[in-house]
Design a protein around this ligand. Structure first.
Ligand code: SAH
Length: 213
């Protein structure tokens, strides 16, 4: 299979027609080997227009959703990012490529170990991974320029807002366990500005300030 060709097709048929215009996002997604983040048996489907299983009941998000979340996070080269829900590590890799440093928390140790191996293989060393409950954030490295939550959340966690810099962006799917709205909050000196990017479906965010497991 010609993966470079599959990536270009993904860009031209799934991302650009749906409004992904950020050239840095399109460039990194045309280059990063998404197939390496899924099981070998799924390599041929890695650039299809849907999520894929990554084991333990979790999924790697659909390419369009990854692109949309990245674009609306407005990542800058000097940014320090916090990600909740490392999963496969594909979104982590994109942000590591675009930003200064990514701190990423994953609840399931097996997934964290696997993500570390792939990120190392791709020489993305500006990533710190931790196993734990991301609903509490990672206060030691706050404030963050941007925070991305890649699992379905019942609410916007106070801890995450507190760990966001003023002017910082928080992208998070908020709703019930079945269906959510993709939201972006921008921290202002007086509160939060809110944008809505439509309906979405994520696996559950499980933790103290999330859902029960
Ligand atoms: N961005 C990832 C998404 C993986 S699915 C990708 O595209 O591969 C969401 C991930 O969030 C799962 O791996 C799940 O285990 C993790 N997760 C769920 N609740 C969490 C929590 N409280 N803290 C950290 N990770 C969590």
């Amino acid at each position: 299979m010609d993966y470079a060709l599959a990536r270009n097709k993904m860009i031209d048929t799934q991302l650009v027609p749906r409004g992904i215009t950020d050239l840095r996002v399109l460039e990194v997604m045309s280059r990063l080997p998404r197939h390496k983040f899924v099981d070998e048996a799924l390599h041929g489907q890695a650039y299809d227009d849907n999520p894929l299983p990554i084991g333990l009941g979790q999924t790697i998000s659909q390419p369009y959703i990854v692109a949309l979340m990245t674009q609306e996070l407005k990542p800058k080269p000097e940014d320090i990012i916090l990600e909740i829900g490392t999963g496969s590590g594909y979104q982590t890799a994109i942000l590591a490529d675009l930003c200064e440093h990514v701190y990423s928390i994953e609840r399931l140790p097996e997934l964290k170990i696997r993500a570390r191996r792939i990120l190392d293989e791709l020489k993305l060393f500006n990533v710190s991974l931790q196993t734990g409950d991301g609903t509490l954030g990672w206060p030691e490295h706050a404030p963050y320029d941007a925070i991305i939550v890649t699992a379905a959340s019942p609410r916007v966690q106070d801890a995450l807002v507190e760990q966001l810099a003023v002017g910082g962006r928080l992208v998070i799917p908020v709703g019930d366990r079945g269906v959510q709205r993709l939201k972006r909050y921008i921290r202002t000196p007086n509160g939060l500005d809110e944008d809505d990017f439509g309906g979405c479906r994520f696996v559950a965010l499980i933790g103290q300030e999330g859902w029960e497991g």
